[in-house]
Design a protein around this ligand. Structure first.
Ligand SMILES: Nc1ncnc2c1ncn2[C@@H]1O[C@H](COP(=O)(O)OP(=O)(O)OP(=O)(O)O)[C@@H](O)[C@H]1O
Ligand SMILES: [Mg+2]
Length: 316
């Protein structure tokens, strides 16, 4: 299928925990690599910064001074995201800047969520890369769901992968609640497990793990098996371990993947690891796009390989 034959863009969503693990770095460089890969066949890529509190995707794309930002759309001063999108140094890559300090709401993505989803689908692009804010607020997860490809970024610090684990757990729970939103009987059995009733402390507490929940869903609602398997096995997020310093850090990714599979039942695949390198920090500081500034660097080649792999889904 050529890019033009698709009705709306394909989405790639990048999310994860707090603490500057590298979500924006990964989102920007995948957008750059996908744009380069798709250029020959005329594919257009848009990178969208949905971090409305401390946006910085533009710096990773080498665009230090955005003239427009997503808040213009959210506040009704622009009709579409196309109107606030801006060019980059790559002709077939545009970006929508997040906003830095205009939005002060606790959950700014929530207010006009459906309008924003419609505007994202309406972007003049074949592929849209979403850079999400840190954490797993429900609205952040809803935008993460948009991703035909979903990537969770973490780093080898234990705090970071605890955060990534929490993100995946919240993702899975919200995904199940969303998937079965029209089935009140199933929703009730999901929610019941998380409700502590007065006096229940005395009784045997229910298994409140996600695996317990999935097992109960399978047992009590066998008709959901195919859908649950779809969520757990075929549509699980890909994992990226960033800022790897030592050889043994690489094993962390496989361990993390195994823990997620065992505890959450989610069969995530590892996309791979990215080394920690001074040149990354330097390129951000100077607002130069890493992939274009150091095209032969092992990290740049890694992004090119990932873009090739993802292009089978995204650049159909
Ligand atoms: N592989 C790396 N090597 C060295 N430094 C890195 C690497 N990846 C990221 N960094 C540094 O970490 C900083 C944070 O990265 P980034 O902004 O992508 O994180 P984030 O997950 O998007 O953070 P936030 O949650 O604030 O949005 C970057 O400015 C960069 O300097
Ligand atoms: Mg970020």
């Amino acid at each position: 299928m050529t890019p033009a034959a698709r009705s709306g863009p394909a989405f790639l969503a990048v999310g994860g925990g707090k603490g500057g693990v590298g979500k924006s770095f990964v989102a920007a460089n995948l957008a750059l690599a996908l744009a380069r890969r798709g250029a020959a066949r005329g594919a257009r890529v848009a990178a969208v910064d949905l971090d409305l509190g401390g946006s910085n995707l533009n710096l990773f794309l080498g665009e230090p001074l955005p003239r427009r930002e997503v808040s213009e759309f959210l506040e009704g001063r622009a009709d579409s995201l196309n109107a606030v999108s801006q060019p980059t140094r790559i002709p077939n890559l545009r970006y929508v800047a997040g906003s830095f300090d205009t939005m002060t709401a606790v959950d700014p993505l929530r207010a006009r969520k459906l309008d924003l989803v419609a505007a994202l689908v309406g972007l003049d692009a074949d592929v849209v890369v979403l850079d999400l804010p840190a954490g797993s607020l429900p609205s952040t997860l809803d935008f993460f769901f948009l991703g035909e490809i979903k990537i969770v970024v973490t780093n080898p610090e234990s705090v970071a992968y605890h955060n990534a684990y929490g993100f995946l757990k919240n993702y899975l729970l919200r995904r199940l609640l969303t998937e079965f939103r029209d089935r009140t009987d199933i929703l009730a059995s999901i929610l019941d497990r998380y409700r502590v009733l007065p006096g229940e402390e005395e009784a045997e507490p229910p298994d409140r793990t996600i695996t317990g929940l999935v097992a109960a869903l399978r047992e009590e609602h066998p008709e959901t098996r195919a859908e649950v398997a779809g969520i757990l096995e075929y549509d699980a997020p890909l994992l990226v371990l960033n800022r790897v310093r030592r050889r043994r850090d690489r094993a962390t990714l496989e361990r993390f993947r195994a823990v997620v599979e065992q505890n959450l039942g989610l069969r995530c695949l590892a996309l791979g690891t990215i080394p920690d390198h001074r040149k990354v920090a330097d390129s951000v500081r100077d607002a130069r796009p890493f992939l274009l500034t150091h095209p032969r660097h092992a990290i740049a080649r890694q992004f090119e390989r990932w873009a090739e792999r993802l292009s089978f889904t995204l650049l159909r």
